[in-house]
Write a protein that binds this ligand. Structure first.
Ligand code: HSE
Length: 436
């Protein structure tokens, strides 16, 4: 049988990895897919560079629409990124009856509802394993492997750049700024790393996972997003003294009132496996009722790890494209007419525990006032650490770990504590998850 024909839109890091792995493992892939998979056409603005990667047997053009218009192409792989031209091209490919594979988490987190509806109407598949956690097959696991379960929560280290920065800050005691420069020099962070360090990239991925885990629409606009730019090395050290590591987590939880969807730095017990995921690696923990806790670990970015996910999607489509669309795996795991309308909860309604660091005057009664405010707000304290004041210092650091409470109550207590004349600097608040 003629190999299924693939058109790549963009042949940068992931595209070239996809081409290379498809070539190298073509025999093994064909044995799995039941049919060959062939890159027949590539669109890239840098035609000369693209030709140097794919050689003379593959047609290279500088206009993505020529790929979409080619009736021979069965699957369009969008590797352009962003939500501008990539969105138009994906919608045009769907309209042209092509199946689509994309690694574009931003596009799906923001415009997924429109894209999946268009694909459903047209009877084509949009596959996106590479959009979340690179080479880790987390989409497949959530959508198919865990399909028997009622998923309760998931928590993931889903941005390699920020995990690298946090690991280096902890290991070497460096500041955020110093490690960021290093991450850029090593090519981990983007030249403009804003989406990484501000938590936006992780929130895109968490949004997609929450939709598949709970059968809700993608709702990036409702996600709470806080990055790591304000994290200080001293908090990493204090957390360590208390038996915790600080990670940037993407979290989504099902509660009776709605779905929590949030990305923020988070204390995690050092003894949890996920707390020991270091450098640019990714990991996702999933808690589900039948299977219990599962953990998925691997490379979240890079040429061949991401290509591994893209090709898995190509194989899936090759196997399923002749199936009745109604019998295929739904894009978001749940049948489109069986989606839940559980709301995404505002951050004020989220329940979690906290790490607080207060710079306080080293005077009698300060601790009593602070703990009194927490007690009045019905917030229970889990642990307290007070740094001994240095010689000649009239202030000290008070570190408090709390038990779970609703965020609105913590906001109120923080505002009251901040008003105390003995609290000398803005209070640092970092959320904490026990993940047990
Ligand atoms: N910038 C992302 C990261 C790349 O650092 O994880 C993969 O999405």
């Amino acid at each position: 049988m003629k190999p299924i024909q693939v058109g790549l839109l963009g042949i940068g890091t992931v595209g070239s990895g996809t081409f290379e792995v498809l070539q190298r493992n073509q025999e093994e892939i064909q044995r799995r897919a039941g049919r060959g998979i062939e890159v027949a056409m590539v669109a890239d603005l840098d035609v000369a560079r693209a030709k140097s990667i794919v050689g003379t047997k593959v047609q290279v053009v500088d206009d993505a629409r020529k790929v979409i218009a080619n009736p021979e192409i069965d699957i369009v792989v969008e590797l352009i990124g962003g939500y501008g031209i990539a969105k138009q091209l994906v919608l045009e490919a769907i309209e042209a009856g092509k199946h689509v594979v994309t690694a574009n988490k931003a596009l799906l987190a923001v415009h997924g509802t429109e894209i999946f509806a268009a694909a459903h109407k047209k009877g084509v598949m949009v596959a996106f394993e590479a959009a979340v956690a690179g080479g880790i097959p987390i989409i497949k696991a959530l959508r198919e492997g865990l399909t028997a379960n009622r998923i309760q929560w998931l928590a993931g280290i889903i941005n390699g750049t920020t995990n690298f920065i946090l690991s280096e800050m902890r290991d070497k005691g460096l500041t955020f700024g110093d490690v960021l420069k290093q991450a850029q020099a090593l090519g981990y962070a983007e030249a403009d790393p804003t989406f990484d360090i501000e938590g936006v990239d992780a929130a895109h991925k968490a949004t997609i996972m929450s939709a598949i885990a709970f059968g809700i629409p993608v709702q990036f606009d409702k996600a709470y997003v806080e990055g790591i730019t304000k994290l200080e090395s001293q908090d990493i050290k204090y957390a360590e003294q208390l038996g915790y590591r600080i990670k940037l987590l993407g979290i989504s939880k099902r509660t009776a009132a709605g779905i929590e969807l949030r990305v923020h730095p988070c204390l995690v017990p050092a003894k949890r496996l996920i707390a020991n995921v270091e450098g640019a690696m990714n990991a996702v923990m999933v808690q589900a009722d039948a299977v219990g806790t599962t953990l998925y670990y691997g490379k979240g970015a890079g040429s061949e790890p991401t290509a591994s996910a893209v090709i898995a999607d190509l194989v899936d489509i090759t196997r399923l494209h002749t199936a009745d669309p109604l019998n295929r795996v739904p894009h978001l795991a749940f049948q489109p007419d069986a989606m839940s309308n559980l709301p995404i909860l505002p951050m004020a309604q989220v329940v979690t525990s906290y790490y607080l660091r207060l710079r306080v005057a080293d005077q009698a009664g300060v601790l009593a006032k602070v703990t009194g405010i927490l007690a009045n707000a019905d917030i229970s304290i889990d642990a307290v650490l007070q740094r001994e004041a240095g010689e000649g210092e009239s202030h000290t650091d008070l570190i408090i770990l709390t038990h779970d409470c609703v965020e609105a109550k913590m906001n109120q207590a923080l505002a009251e504590m901040q008003q105390l004349s003995t609290v000398l600097a803005p209070i640092t608040r970092i959320r904490k998850e026990e993940l047990n």
